[in-house]
Design a binder for this molecule. Structure first.
Ligand SMILES: Nc1nc2c(c(=O)[nH]1)N[C@H]1C(S)=C(S)[C@@H](COP(=O)(O)O)O[C@H]1N2
Ligand SMILES: [Mo]
Length: 464
């Protein structure tokens, strides 16, 4: 593995210079959302330049080129290309509700090459080595997919977004072209499943949990473009006493153990909806791929992935609290240490780290390596990352690389020259700007949500 030139210290300093302070009025104003501080804000476009310009992306273009060319040249006008891409792959039954849906795919539409993804039923997680050769953003082709059922194939020309409910004085709908014509924002945001890391409850803590056994690949960062949800709510006459906003997906009903839970939907408080939520129609400069919510999805920065409802067909806005199985039966902490009805509905993500290495990677003794990784937190920026290559006896500071926007991740690296052959466990422990640090154990909960403990990454050092 070649060494890289690390002329990135200055970039990192620059990124830190603009960070909000603890007393930032924006933070204080929203400190009441779920009783925890939320960060970010949607004041203008917030993205990072991909500092990997020059590094090749999957299709052989540099990251910079790809974005610029595609936004300018194709952007959302590239719909024809997209339609072509999904025709032929779209099979399965016709959906019963929602006129705009033509068909429902058998599961996930895009290809899931086994060297890039681990399939888990209707879901697919990204292998972490899949981002070793890409920049800050995960290319659409490599982004993890979490589907409760199947990807619906939706015709944007007939699709409409209905806004309704007691919290609106001017209930109305928007067509796709109408949304595209509204002022847009572009932001780099991570989407991460609440169950990301779940399998480590079992492999690392020897605990029983239920749910998709994600390792750490249930996360991705993309550059999302779309309309602030606040703009659309405003045009529908949001009332001052509205409290909850519930988007609903057009995918087939989620049925489990004979219970029909209906379409995927989950309320979010109006304060969060107005703060930084995007109705996104573009992902990394392309129209949303079918699996990621085409034509329009929510992107809810810093919150569990479930909140970012895909294939949104309608949004209910209410002056009284809204409920769905996704904020009552699921996506709360259940178990011994929690009340019978569970914790409050989960919202902010926790702190995590991952190495950009295959699980059980083989490294050669006596060769200098640079270990790369990424860390992220729902609370804010990453302040530091420590790495241990000896099972936690000694720790060294990794070098943070490049910029970090609040609801995405920080890249880092550290040198290692392994000398002893045999199995090793690599550990990375991040601390965020609020002082939250990854613990050595995550308290158990029945559904295995929000695993944030330091993850042991197994590698084997062989004679080189
Ligand atoms: N309509 C709908 N929206 C959805 C889901 C779904 O199954 N249906 N899954 C949610 C969950 S649990 C996650 S983690 C994210 C995953 O987004 P992705 O598939 O684009 O990675 O989408 C969320 N939005
Ligand atoms: Mo999720």
């Amino acid at each position: 593995m070649p060494h890289e030139g690390f002329a990135d210290e200055t970039v990192h300093q620059r990124a830190w210079a603009g960070r909000p302070t603890r007393n930032d009025p924006d933070r204080l104003r929203l400190a009441s959302v779920d009783g925890r501080t939320v960060d970010g804000g949607i004041a203008g476009d917030e993205t990072v330049d991909d500092e990997t310009a020059g590094e090749k992306t999957v299709d052989g273009k540099t990251a910079g080129e790809t974005l610029v060319e595609r936004v300018a040249g194709e952007g959302v006008a590239g719909r024809a290309v997209l339609d072509e891409a999904v025709a032929g792959q779209a099979v399965g039954e016709r959906a019963t509700d929602g006129e705009a849906i033509r068909t429902v795919a058998e599961g996930i539409v895009k290809e899931l090459p086994p060297e890039l993804f681990i399939a888990h039923g209707t879901n697919a997680e990204m292998r972490w080595e899949a981002v070793r050769d890409v920049g800050y953003h995960v290319p659409n082709e490599r982004f993890f997919v979490r589907n409760h059922t199947s990807t619906p194939i939706i015709d944007a020309a007939t699709w409409r977004l209905e806004l309704h409910g007691s919290g609106l004085t001017n209930p109305r709908s928007f067509g796709y072209e109408e949304l595209l014509a509204l002022p847009a924002v572009t932001r780099d945001v991570a989407i991460e499943c609440a169950g990301n890391g779940r399998s480590l409850f079992t492999t690392q803590q020897r605990q029983e949990i239920s749910g998709t056994p994600w390792r750490l690949g249930g996360i991705g960062v993309a550059r999302w473009r779309g309309v602030p949800l606040s703009t659309v709510l405003d045009r529908a006459g949001l009332t001052p006493d509205a409290v909850d906003v519930m988007p609903r997906g057009l995918d087939p009903h989620y049925v489990c153990d004979g219970v029909d839970y209906g379409p995927v939907r989950r309320p979010i408080p109006v304060a969060k909806a107005l703060k930084d939520v995007i109705l996104a129609y573009e992902m990394n400069g392309r129209p949303l791929p079918p699996d990621h919510g085409y034509p329009v999805r929510l992107v809810v920065p810093s919150w569990i992935g479930l909140a970012s409802v895909k294939w949104v067909g309608d949004i209910e806005v209410s002056t009284s609290p809204l409920a769905s199985p996704w904020n009552t039966d699921f996506y709360r902490m259940f178990g011994e240490d929690h009340p019978p009805e569970g914790s409050a509905p989960l919202a902010l993500q926790t702190v995590k780290s991952a190495f950009e290495l295959p699980w059980d990677a083989e490294l050669r003794a006596g060769h200098p390596y640079v270990l790369h990784g990424r860390s992220w937190s729902g609370n804010g920026r990453i302040a530091g990352v420590e790495v241990s290559v000896d099972g936690g006896t000694t720790w060294r500071q990794a070098r943070l690389r490049g910029p970090h926007v609040v609801p995405a991740w920080t890249r880092w690296h550290i040198g290692w020259n392994p000398l002893k052959t045999g199995p090793h466990i690599l550990l990375a422990r991040a601390t965020d700007e609020t002082g939250a640090v990854q613990p050595s154990r995550t308290p158990h909960n029945d559904f295995g949500y929000l695993f944030d403990a330091v993850a042991g990454h197994p590698v084997t050092v062989v004679n080189g």
